[in-house]
Write a protein of this length. Structure first.
Lengths: 112, 116
């Protein structure tokens, strides 16, 4: 059964730091992967999508990469800001299925 | 940019009542999905739907749940007799393709269901 682990579970950093959030799948056969942001009590905001032919994606201060051989993805946040405070979820689409498998998330707090 | 929309944003109901959650998928998409997230827990897959049939469902999706595409634009999730444990955020998603290397599911903003 495919499982997704996100490390760390929680992170508190001062403003301006560069961060790395990690996500790993027990089965590395992933079609594509999305990173989402979720504010407390709110919905999912898609941040970055890495499709099967890609290795990484960048949007502004965010960069996500996917190592298909190991089934690991990282989300890099540069120059963190208090507005980045949220829970970050990774979700992978295993090959041969219709369903995204979500991680439990990393709760990020950026202190001013 | 096209997006998935969901109504209502928040639904409060009494235990035992029927609820219908509505979704409007992206217009050229053919595959539709429901996920749910109980407070403090992971987002979990419920069901996928294609060509007016359920393609895949999880063990959570029991006889209390049903899905329907009543017209060309809406996709609904019905819970027949709600229980307290059905309280969750329900997300609809849609994709143009499925099981393909370029398949991407686009998620709606969610409906928060509170069962009292």
């Amino acid at each position: 059964k495919q499982e997704v682990t996100q490390i760390p579970a929680a992170l508190s950093v001062p403003e301006g730091e560069n961060l790395v959030l990690n996500c790993s799948f027990t089965d590395s056969a992933i079609y594509n992967l999305q990173w989402f942001r979720q504010d407390p009590g709110k919905g999912l905001t898609s941040l970055l999508l890495i499709q099967s032919s890609q290795r990484e994606q960048t949007s502004g201060r965010l960069n996500a990469s996917l190592d298909k051989s190991s089934g690991r993805s990282t989300l890099y946040i540069a120059a963190s800001q208090p507005g980045d405070s949220a829970t970050y979820l990774c979700a992978g689409l295993p090959s041969g299925t219709y369903k995204y498998i979500f991680g439990t998330g990393t709760r990020l707090k950026v202190l001013a | 940019e096209p997006e998935v929309t969901q109504t209502p944003s928040h639904q409060v109901t009494q235990m035992g009542q029927e609820v219908i959650l509505r979704c409007v998928p992206i217009s050229n998409h053919l595959y539709f999905y429901w996920y749910r997230q109980i407070l403090g827990q992971k987002v979990e897959f419920l069901v996928s739907f294609y060509n007016n049939e359920i393609s895949e469902k999880s063990e959570i999706f029991d006889d209390q749940f049903s899905v329907e595409r009543p017209d060309g634009s809406n996709f609904t999730l019905k819970i027949r007799s709600t229980k307290l444990e059905d309280s969750a955020m329900y997300f609809c998603a849609s994709s143009e393709l499925a099981g393909d290397s370029t398949d991407t599911q686009y998620f709606g903003p969610g409906t928060r269901l509170t069962v009292l």
